[in-house]
Ligand binder design. Structure first.
Ligand code: SF4
Ligand code: SF4
Length: 305
């Protein structure tokens, strides 16, 4: 029988590939999963949709692996969290400079024949790197009930809720905690919350769950990854240091890279796994399969050291 995620985290550290809460692009999920399934990745973190789940299964199959050998996490977001933002072009203000096309890490913006950019919404992860006076952002809220339904249907290993909102919706959290049959992960970051606020939120969750059998995703600065240095990953490690005292499971994320495990060790911070998004996806871009798998393996190995 497949082990519960928390049992696995008791035994060893895991590597999680973060594919973006808002990312519903079949093409991008399949291509990344295919590489990381061959590189020692343990878990895939995806948008809570049937489409994204099926895309992960396809990627695993294309890698010649079995889906039972991987863990799956469905991500959902609350209003105010950047992860549920989608970009939209305001044509009247656009000068057709194409700068946004070049900065998008998801290749979500394409130029149309008339020279105006167009955002492929299913690919957009709300990172806002394309910020410009001609781009606005709107929220696409996650459906908590749909995530609960899918988790049961596909025997999903974890539901993760992203909480970076000025006012965390505690009622929604209680609703989720009451109904979820799968381990829960709560993604907190240091963009909105002070250390004291983070502690208060974790204490509340602990009370509602009735113990510390849950995961805190210590999301330093969300979607800030891309660089492979200590500075990018510092906030994730600092965040883990704040929450480690609560005895919950901790997964580092947000700005994570090849240096994350090394920095956590240097700071003597305890954690159960590392989730990497932007940096992991970036290093395999444009490479042939063998080269991409070698790069991915190197990252996974360094994160599990
Ligand atoms: S949306 Fe902004 S960045 Fe993109 S082409 Fe138009 S003016 Fe340039
Ligand atoms: S740069 Fe980020 S926010 Fe803008 S379209 Fe691309 S993924 Fe979406």
């Amino acid at each position: 029988m497949k082990k519960n995620l928390l049992e696995i985290l008791d035994e060893r550290k895991i590597f999680k590939l973060v594919l973006g809460l808002g990312n519903q692009s079949e093409e991008s999920i399949i291509s990344n999963v295919k590489i990381y399934a061959s590189a020692g990745c343990d878990m895939f973190d995806i948008n809570a949709s049937e489409k994204a789940i099926q895309a992960v299964y396809k990627g695993i199959e294309q890698a010649g692996k079995k889906k039972e050998d991987f863990l799956l996490c469905l991500s959902i977001g609350v209003s105010g969290d950047a992860h549920i933002n989608k970009a939209e072009i305001i044509k009247e203000k656009c000068t057709k400079c194409s700068a946004c096309v070049n900065v998008c890490p998801q290749d979500a913006i394409v130029l149309l024949d008339d020279g105006y950019p167009f955002v492929q919404k299913e690919k957009c992860i709300g990172c806002k790197r394309c910020k410009c006076k001609a781009i606005s952002f709107f929220e696409k809220e996650s459906d908590f009930d749909e995530a609960l339904k899918l988790a049961e249907k596909y025997n999903i290993d974890c539901i993760e809720v992203h909480l970076a909102s000025k006012k965390p919706p505690y009622d929604k959290l209680k609703y989720l905690i009451k109904r979820a049959k799968t381990p829960l992960s709560f993604c907190l970051d240091r963009k909105y919350y002070s250390n004291e606020k983070i502690r208060k939120i974790v204490e509340k969750i602990k009370k509602w769950i009735g113990g510390s059998d849950f995961i805190i995703q210590a999301d330093g600065v969300p979607m800030s990854g891309g660089e492979n240095n200590f500075n990018s990953t510092l906030q994730a490690v600092a965040m883990a240091h704040i929450v480690e005292k609560f005895g919950t499971y901790v997964i580092l994320s947000g700005g994570t890279n090849e240096k994350t495990a090394q920095l956590a060790k240097m700071c003597d911070v305890k954690y159960n796994g590392i989730g990497v998004g932007s940096y992991a996806r970036e290093i395999i871009k444009g490479k042939d399969a063998d080269e991409a798998i070698a790069c991915a393996k190197n990252l996974v190995t360094k994160c599990k050291e």
